[in-house]
Design a binder for this molecule. Sequence first.
Ligand code: ADP
Length: 493
Amino acid sequence: MRISIKLKFSLFLAVLLILAVSVLSYFVLRGVERNQQGQIESSLAQHITTVNLRVKQTFYTGARLEPQQFLQQRGRALAAELAGFTGLEVTLYDIQGQQVGTSAQGEPGPDRPDVSTALGYALNNKVAYQSEGGRLFYLAPLQGPDEQMGVVQLQYPLKNAQSFQQTLLNLFLTTGGAVLVFSFIFGYLYFNRAAAAIGRLRQSAEQIRRADYIKAPPLQRKDELGELAEGIFFMSREIESSIAAKDEERRKLQLAVEKLQALEQQQKQYIGNISHEFKTPLTSIKAYVDLLNMYEDDPELLHDAKISIAKETQRLYEMVEKVLQLTALEKYDFESQAGLLEIEETLRDICSRMKGKAERYGLTITLDVKPAHIWIDKESFMHIFINLLDNAIKYNVPQGTIRLHSEVKDQRVYITVRDSGIGIPEESRDLIFEPFYTVNRDRSRASGGTGLGLSLVHNLVEKQGGSITLLDSSGGAEFLLSFPVVTVESFPL
Ligand code: ADP
């Protein structure tokens, strides 16, 4: 069974109060009782002194009698007289323990208790008392001229003292009860507040468990609960930041794994492509060799075989070279030796090298390039533009044109290579820089293409800190390249 903390605390407070009130009332009542007892005893002792004095006085002033006789004769009157003095009921006994006089009204009856034991003590010259039904019977020796002559008994009513004690007890009980009820109610209300605060802390902990982190301390108090609330808030913040860091780590790890997987896939495809591309010319060469073995005297076959084997070998050679270049680009940097390069002069040189091939296809190359310096590996720069111009020639139309243009803007040189050829379909735009990608395999093969040229160009450009994009792909292709320019003054030659 679940008992709420506020009920437990309230009950605990109530039990504590009951204990406190009980202990307090016990000691107070005991104190009052003792005090009253002391007062009664001293007042009775005084009365006894007075009684003895009066008895002695009467004994000496009257006719000379034996103490026994004196008491027999004067006992009654003395008892009545002494009752008048003391205001108490007085009974006198002689030394034999015989009652010789009393101020009590009426005959002795059952309401008269038996005081023989106390009387025995008093007859032996001792003070004795006995309480009986709201009365105290105080018995003391009565002194004669030489020795004890009898016993005087004073009857003291205890009613007043007892009713005072009863009133006090009632007062304690009623105030105790009232205090108990009030303290229970106030305690319950107070602990209710504390329990509500604890409830709020519990809610916050529950919220954190659901990963719903708190933005501020759940309580504003200047006590231990307030400190606990702050602790919970800091804990929440710590958990939130460490979980966020962990999520970020996981996200990065996931990205790295995805990248690795993609890379692995790419590599597999790359190797598959290489094998496939290498196999085609080798199959062709092998077929001619087989045919030559069978018909070695056929001059026509010999002629065809020479041409085809030379073409395929050249293709293979170019392919191997490009594959090696690509691999080297990915793995090593040592082949690239950057230096200051003047682009107008270099592009002019490249164009004049390609001019012969262009003219064979009836194409014209125009150059509109401004002088500018860039920091680049010359070999790579040459490779880039030779490949681009080679493509512009291969994929051009008869009597077509090729145009190289450059301009310098915002510390960068922008070079465009535009041709009037067949263009690149829109769906191939994102794929042309992939290794072994060709738009039309037959056309590419017919022109000696391998699908590696643009991939190599892209890698070389990026390695040299530049960028390349395909601007226009319809009505001829247009590639835009850009490199950061450098001022010659900062590189004294
Ligand atoms: P390839 O050796 O086959 O030319 P590239 O990587 O140089 O391989 O080019 C990839 C493909 O992009 C080519 O097969 C071709 O279809 C297309 N391409 C490249 N340059 C041009 C261009 N100037 N005009 C039209 N198509 C081009």
